[in-house]
Design a protein around this ligand. Structure first.
Ligand SMILES: [Zn+2]
Length: 140
């Protein structure tokens, strides 16, 4: 149970999937839009490469699409519960507009989240990674 919550917290906080400690992004604030996708080349804690190969991040397009759909469903549910949606009036259009605004405002977060998720598909958790890197730097 504990492990699972660490796993999810690591993704939500955009942590390196290998050590779950290092930050993937250089700037903590995703709303500085010029630097939203500014990443460390290697995890500052364990040294894990972030862009595994040239063009690696192109695959995140699909991830962010799925995230946007899931997020829209979530918005639909709470909007429905709070404001109600029927076919008899304009409420569905109001939801569409609200959802569009929320999606646009969340885009920097979703873009980062999709990169972190995508890297997590490829890189497994390795709790020893940090100590190993420290040993290596002592030896060299
Ligand atoms: Zn790391």
């Amino acid at each position: 149970m504990m492990k699972k919550s660490n796993f999810i917290a690591g993704i939500l906080k955009n942590k390196c999937p290998r050590c779950r400690k290092g930050k993937l992004f250089k700037n903590d604030n995703p709303y500085q839009l010029k630097r939203v996708l500014d990443m460390h080349g290697n995890c500052p804690v364990c040294g894990q490469r972030t862009e595994l190969e040239i063009g690696f991040w192109y695959g995140t397009g699909y991830v962010s699409y799925v995230l946007a759909v899931m997020f829209s469903v979530f918005n639909l549910i709470w909007y429905w519960l709070i404001f109600g949606i029927t076919w008899r009036d304009d409420s569905i259009f109001h939801w569409l507009i609200a959802n569009g605004i929320i999606l646009t405002l969340s885009m920097p977060l979703l873009m980062r989240l999709s990169r972190t998720l995508y890297l997590t598909f490829y890189v497994g958790h390795d709790p020893e990674a940090e100590t190993r890197k420290q040993k290596e730097s002592v030896l060299s």
